[in-house]
Design a protein around this ligand. Structure first.
Ligand code: TRP
Length: 335
């Protein structure tokens, strides 16, 4: 039986935070450790260019994201781990797909539509500050996916539509030029938590409410102390289900620890105490990876080597696929 192929990309436009860890990185690394699938993970630095025009941020984030995955134990002998911009076949396939993608399909993409809506709401021109990268973003993402014949694409809910678009594009291409692409499917893990941030909204860089993953101990403690709580005093029973502190606890605790904490809430644990315990729990899980992370940041050449090797493995496949796609489209030698 052939293994199913799993592929996912991480946009390198910021520093990884606890929400990324719980919602994406930890489950992806765990899944890659089993033997049921073959994993392709990559740093989506071309995607980062859509959002960030600050070279230092794109570069630093690529370093930090790569170091994060390696520090958390990604086995790069098993997983193909690479940087999008090291694969020239990705932009090449992007163009080939662009010519088979209906503009109307792109008009419907959420990320683009919400940028237009923001402009309308602000009373500015609807195209204000919208670049073609944002508009065509789903095609670049389709190329990432289709280039490696990936079947399962683990993503957050906000990315489901993009995977469906990749599927639509593949279908249209296959119908016209013959079967070249496997049809991918989004895989959304219903179990993994969408973590709340410091203010109780979803933890997200765009809300500025994140807890960075590898903060030094002291800063981590401080950050956890900033998580919003209500005004109930120690001794007052508290509702775990509406508490960000509890919700984050749950993402790191085993079922038994979760039950214990639920009880503590009923019995009126003080917020200070709950936060101290939360810090201990998180810090325990992150202490060792944090050391490896700091070490890697001091040795970027080690990370570079790993990525270059990953790209060489990935290109063994991507060259062949793009070769046959070009051929099918009539881009071929004259002799
Ligand atoms: N767009 C995705 C995000 O912002 C990242 C991404 C780029 C991706 N290419 C991909 C995810 C291909 C899955 C497959 O989260």
């Amino acid at each position: 039986m052939t293994k199913s192929r799993v592929l996912t990309g991480i946009t390198t436009s910021g520093s990884p935070h606890l929400g990324n860890y719980v919602g994406a990185i930890r489950p992806a690394i765990r899944a890659s450790q089993g033997n049921q699938c073959e994993s392709f993970f990559f740093l989506a630095d071309y995607h980062a260019l859509i959002k960030s025009h600050k070279p230092e941020i794109v570069h630093q984030s690529t370093l930090e994201v790569a170091a994060t995955w390696l520090a958390l134990g990604l086995d790069t002998k098993k997983v193909v781990f690479y940087r999008q911009s090291d694969i020239p076949e990705i932009p090449e396939l992007t163009w080939l797909l662009t010519c088979m993608t209906a503009k109307g399909l792109m008009n419907r993409a959420h990320a683009y539509k919400s940028a237009v809506q923001d402009n309308v709401d602000a009373g500015t021109d609807e195209d204000f500050a919208i670049n073609m990268g944002l508009f065509s973003y789903p095609i670049l993402m389709a190329a990432d996916i289709l280039l490696f014949n990936a079947e399962r694409i683990p993503v957050g809910r906000d990315q489901i539509q993009h995977v469906e678009m990749a599927r639509d594009i593949a279908q249209r291409f296959n119908h016209h030029y013959g079967n070249h692409f496997v049809l991918p499917e989004a895989q959304v893990d219903g179990d993994v938590a969408v973590l709340q941030g410091l203010d109780g909204r979803k933890m997200s860089k765009s809300y500025n409410n994140t807890i960075p993953l590898f903060l030094p101990e002291k800063a981590l403690k401080k950050s956890i102390n900033k998580i919003k709580t209500n005004l109930l005093e120690p001794g007052d029973p508290k509702d775990p289900d509406s508490s960000a502190v509890f919700q984050i606890w749950r993402a790191f605790a085993d079922p038994q620890q979760t039950e214990l904490m639920r009880n503590n809430y009923a019995q009126g644990i003080g917020w200070g105490d709950a936060k101290r315990q939360l810090f201990e729990l998180i810090n325990n899980e992150l202490k060792e990876p944090r050391e490896r992370y700091n070490d890697l940041l001091l040795n970027p050449a080690r990370i570079e080597d790993v990525l270059v090797e990953g790209a060489a493995r990935a290109r063994l496949e991507s060259r062949e696929l793009v070769g046959s796609v070009r051929e099918a489209m009539g881009i071929r030698s004259l002799s």
